[in-house]
Ligand binder design. Structure first.
Ligand code: YSA
Length: 426
């Protein structure tokens, strides 16, 4: 039976918050007692890729999250999302998960909708200039994105609240501060602190300058706006950490340098791995391969297929984070969504009693052949449950590891056969 707390997932059902119980050695389990541990835990899980700068001038990143240092708690962390479409997509998921983890550890997080920056178009990770979007279009996308982010945050709270003190989740839009900004005042106040040599050295700029199309001034200017946002949020909200996919490294570095120059203070960036398609392209709207989080655009089945059909080398391509996500997605499914999933022939539902061994589970699912061959498939490592390899055919599955909170398990035989198991009376 699905616990009531796991229902109610509508738009935001697919944010796949990594469940610390499903995949970590016990020494690395996240207690949410502090984000210092969270940094190490999420690095180990592959959600966080890099922290920078490696060393601050006055303070180190882990120290910021050390509750025992007076005045350090809570921190504020932000991540920006440009409204270039009317829905979030699966590429945004990791960044959101990162924010949610900080929020659960008691820190305040800001999801920044780039209502202004989307008009310029971020050149990071792009080989061609983005098609210009008019103000009206961006405005309506920004409203949709804000709503999506707020729904996700509300679902997250409803699904995971457990009496701990959470930080706040605030959605802001950078058009709020650029709308009132006079161009000449802005250039006079800010422009002098950016050096051309440094801006030109960014990978995003270099790549585009070398492309046949070149790069427009508005795109070139993009990193200045993102840097200024970081500064603005640092001044107004004390925000010292910016999260972003690894394509954001240059923009975040510009912010770090600008803030350091203006204030002498240390701020930090945390990057997350990029989810790419099998051809290596960044998954997103621009590449035309987006898997949307909005149910109107991508059905639960399609989205789940995306997770479970990742080829095995996705551990390298997209890090293990995606594997964890497929399990977390399953855990967050409502009854209705599960029904939809099981309607599709390629998943089968099997109802089992707790205490069933790995061998019996596989046999009842008709997932392995009878006799010694089937037995050997397990001992030789061909079977995994919730992406954990199980090699002892007689072992009994453990709640919290092989069986999710909502009584489901994902059985994988070989490379491509998946079965969803429903356990009774847990
Ligand atoms: C950031 C900060 C600001 O102050 C203002 C704007 C921004 C937005 C940022 N420049 C940007 O363009 N982001 S995005 O809309 O393309 O994506 C939002 C976040 O999701 C980014 O951190 C991005 O790196 C991440 N993302 C997008 N596609 C991804 C991905 N992460 C992993 N895999 C993918 N395929």
């Amino acid at each position: 039976m699905v616990a009531p707390i796991l229902r109610c997932i509508s738009w935001g059902r697919w944010f796949c918050t990594p469940n610390p119980l499903t995949a970590l050695p016990s020494g690395l389990r996240e207690t949410h007692s502090g984000a210092k541990g969270l940094l190490a835990v999420q690095k180990a899980r592959g959600l966080f890729k890099e922290f920078f700068p490696e060393k601050g001038t006055k303070v180190e990143l882990p120290e910021l999250f050390d509750r025992s240092i007076a005045g350090n708690f809570p921190q504020t962390i932000y991540c920006g999302f440009d409204p270039t479409a009317d829905s979030l997509h699966v590429g945004h998921l990791l960044a959101l998960l990162g924010l949610f983890h900080f929020q659960r550890a008691g820190h305040n997080v800001i999801a920044l909708v780039g209502g202004a920056t989307a008009r310029l178009g971020d050149p990071s990770g792009r080989t061609k200039e983005r098609e210009a979007l008019d103000a009206e279009h961006v405005g309506s996308n920004a409203r949709a994105l804000r709503q999506g982010l707020e729904t996700l945050a509300a679902n997250h709270r409803q699904l995971f609240a457990s009496g701990q003190t959470w930080g706040s989740f605030t959605v802001l839009d950078n058009s709020a501060w650029y709308q009132k900004q006079h161009l000449v005042d802005f250039l006079a106040a800010v422009g002098g602190h950016f050096r051309m040599g440094t801006l030109l050295s960014r990978l995003s700029v270099q790549t585009r300058l070398k492309s046949p199309e070149g790069m427009s001034l508005s795109e070139f200017f993009y990193q200045v706006l993102q840097a200024y946002d970081f500064y603005y949020l640092f001044q107004r909200y004390g925000c010292r950490v910016q999260l972003g996919g690894s394509d954001q490294l240059g923009n975040i570095t510009s912010g770090y340098e600008f803030i350091h120059k203006m204030t002498g203070e240390d701020v930090f960036g945390i990057t997350l791995p990029l989810i790419t398609s099998t051809t290596g392209a960044k998954l997103g709207k621009s590449a035309g391969n987006a898997v949307w989080l909005s149910r109107d655009k991508t059905s639960p089945f399609e989205l789940y297929q995306f997770f479970v059909r990742q080829p095995d080398n996705s551990v390298e391509r997209c890090t293990q984070a995606l594997y964890h996500s497929s399990i977390d997605a399953l855990e967050l499914m409502s009854d209705q969504e599960l029904k939809e999933l099981f309607k599709e022939a390629s998943f089968s539902e099997l109802v089992l009693d707790p205490g069933t061994s790995v061998l019996d589970t596989c046999r009842k699912a008709n997932a392995i052949p009878d006799g010694p061959r089937g037995y050997r498939m397990i001992t030789e490592g061909g079977v995994s449950i919730n992406h954990r390899q199980v090699t002892n055919p007689e072992s009994v599955l453990v709640i919290g590891q092989h069986i999710l909170k909502n009584g489901l398990s994902l059985l994988k035989i070989g490379k491509r056969n998946f079965y969803i198991i429903k356990w009774l009376q847990l």
